[in-house]
Design a protein around this ligand. Structure first.
Ligand SMILES: [Zn+2]
Length: 242
């Protein structure tokens, strides 16, 4: 027993000696350990309070927009211009008008279907469809274009309707584009484009911008701007229906 006691005493005094006279060995690492603890703690606090909270908020606002519209009972015909042997205008980077407007139409289709609408696309892929074949019945018709102009300085978006019963819908789309587009508003104009004059229900032809203009081209071929245009059109439909 005495040897055990002696052993503990030796160890005890050794530990005591260490803490009392070897402070230079453990104080600096301890200091850094505590400092690291404080920094990690602060980082976790900042992440939880600001970054994570904001991410949750973004998720929430996405869910809110997902259920923000109710288009059930409405058949919407989306007409991505051109396609197949007719690519439409070509961007400086080689992207074609038919691709730009198809991307927008495809995303718009998903958002509309999430909102309960029935959606018909005049073309389902990069294929040639005649103007006659685009005359599909529905409640609302949206033709999407981003053509080229002879004059490369021309920039802006334009909406077109043919008949008086198409004007209010076209105007509503024009107003929401005015809110979301980065381009100048060239107005809501009456014009006899075949895809809209062959229909007798509310229809609009949208020139989202002109790929012949460097700024419009750069902006329209950007995916986040295309999503922005989807939101603008959704807003325009919603404002018109309500
Ligand atoms: Zn076009």
């Amino acid at each position: 027993m005495d040897t055990v006691k002696q052993l503990f005493k030796t160890i005890g005094s050794g530990v005591l000696y260490f803490f009392k006279y070897k402070k230079h060995l453990y104080i600096p690492p301890l200091f850094f350990l505590i400092l690291a603890g404080i920094i990690i703690g602060a980082a976790v606090f900042v992440y939880n309070t600001f970054i994570k909270a904001e991410a949750e908020q973004v998720d929430m606002s996405f869910e809110e927009t997902a259920g923000a519209y109710d288009f059930s009972g409405t058949t919407i015909v989306l007409d991505p211009g051109h396609g197949g042997k007719d690519p439409g205008a070509t961007s400086a980077t080689g992207v074609t008008e038919s691709e730009v407007v198809f991307n927008i139409a495809n995303t718009l289709r998903n958002r509309l279907e999430e909102s309960g609408a029935e959606v018909i696309l005049t073309r389902e892929k990069n294929e040639f469809v005649t103007l006659d074949a685009r005359g599909i019945e529905g409640d609302l018709f949206i033709s999407l274009h981003s053509d080229a102009m002879e004059d490369p300085s021309i920039t802006g978006f334009t909406t077109y309707y043919t008949y008086a019963n198409q004007e209010a819908f076209s105007q509503s789309i024009n107003e929401s584009l005015d809110e979301y587009s980065y381009f100048h508003n060239r107005g809501n104009n009456q014009y006899n484009f075949q895809v809209i004059w062959q229909l007798d229900y509310p229809a609009v032809l949208i020139e989202l911008g002109y790929l012949s203009n460097a700024f419009d081209d750069h902006t329209l071929t950007d995916e986040s701007y295309q999503d922005r245009m989807v939101t603008a059109i959704l807003e325009g439909i919603s404002n018109y229906l309500n």
